[in-house]
Design a protein around this ligand. Structure first.
Ligand code: SF4
Ligand code: SF4
Length: 353
């Protein structure tokens, strides 16, 4: 596909043109903190592109922390299915790791290999899919922002990604100083960039150099296929006790993770109305696996920390051929106990090999 050029001075006009046809979402600075978060954009000048990574990953636009699945009348058997209630939208400024994580979400929430029952009153005839997630995905075009200066905690190159990776994106913007190189990935992305001037060879070469330089700053490497094999036989190893000691099971690592997708479903009733609500959950909480009988198969912090690690680096790769981690580094920067996932993986490799 043809690479294009977007001069930075033209970015507000580019965004205004997008906003005429759909909603535009992008990172904005959270005033109270040194952080950015995805928000709906009304004024192009609110967009903040000089951030490293948003506090919460872009997953919250596809899988909100809390959402009403449907409402019901407790006295009747009828219910009204809610739609995801999103309009067509462009999300701009998505980092490559977050976009790659949406590919992992697709594996969980959309199964193209299975067909929904024709009897099901589902809006998603065709692939078996979570209708709320799929509606948001179908209505969204993703414009990424390549990382020319990865952070200290980033390790996407170890997880099948990279600072200029296009995995999961429709269009990738690469900062060349006073202009962006716009690299289309899908037909949707190509359509968005169509009106821009063609990039010159020297712009494409500069973008390639920046990608190489960015990769060169990331030195964490680990053979994850080999580690998966070792983990498969390590369920009862004592190393888990050692590794889990500092963890306070706060769940922060799962909430900020662009690949974690566990949720809880509750029915809430008030007088004559009710709603089925889905909220984020975390495998680090003791209630996550407690049965109605009171029995809990993961009763302590060690078993919960072990499960999180095995799910990401052993169980998910076994069934989906991908690790459930994109190396964004958020769990490292946000963990109150200072646990560094890279050190955890190295310890596992060195202990189990
Ligand atoms: S953020 Fe740190 S302390 Fe909290 S559950 Fe995760 S690993 Fe444990
Ligand atoms: S496990 Fe940590 S580094 Fe990996 S994607 Fe999740 S938050 Fe990012």
């Amino acid at each position: 596909m043809t690479a294009r050029l977007l001069p930075k001075k033209d970015l507000p006009g580019f965004i205004a043109a997008l906003a005429k046809k759909q909603e535009v979402w992008a990172p904005v600075r959270i005033q109270s903190q040194e952080a950015a978060r995805f928000s709906r954009i009304d004024r192009p000048e609110d967009i903040c592109l000089d951030y490293l990574n948003t506090k919460l990953p872009v997953k919250e636009l596809f899988f909100p922390q809390r959402e009403v699945m449907f409402t019901f009348n407790p006295g009747e058997r009828s219910s009204a299915q809610a739609s995801a209630q999103v309009r067509e939208r462009v999300v701009l400024g998505v980092r490559p790791c977050d976009a790659a994580a949406l590919e992992l979400f697709d594996k969980v929430f959309v199964d193209e290999s299975k067909t929904a029952s024709p009897l099901a009153e589902s809006k998603t005839a065709g692939p078996l899919a979570d209708p709320y997630y799929k509606e948001r995905r179908d209505k969204t075009t993703l414009i990424g922002l390549a990382c020319n200066a990865p952070g200290q905690a980033c390790f996407c190159t170890a997880t099948d990604g990279g600072p200029h990776s296009t995995r999961g994106l429709d269009l990738l913007l690469i900062d060349l100083g006073d202009r962006f190189l716009a690299r289309p990935v899908t037909a949707k992305g190509e359509a968005l960039a169509k009106g821009l001037a063609r990039a010159k060879d020297k712009d494409i070469s500069l973008a390639d150099e920046l990608a190489e330089e960015a990769r060169a700053t990331m030195d964490f490497a680990i053979e994850l296929k080999q580690l998966q094999k070792s983990l498969d036989k390590a369920f009862d190893h004592e190393v888990w006790h050692r590794l889990s000691l500092p963890c306070v099971n706060c769940g922060v690592c799962t909430y900020v993770c662009p690949a974690c997708h566990c949720f809880d479903v509750t029915d809430e009733e008030y007088k004559d109305s009710g709603a089925r609500i889905r909220t984020w959950d975390s495998c680090q909480f003791s209630l996550f696996t407690r049965h109605a009988s009171g029995h809990n198969p993961r009763p302590d912090g060690m078993s919960r920390m072990r499960n999180r690690t095995l799910h990401k680096f052993c169980y998910f790769p076994k069934t989906q051929d991908k690790v459930l981690c994109v190396g964004c580094g958020r769990c490292i920067t946000e963990c109150p106990a200072g646990i560094d996932l890279r050190e955890t993986l190295e310890t596992l490799r060195d202990t189990l090999s």
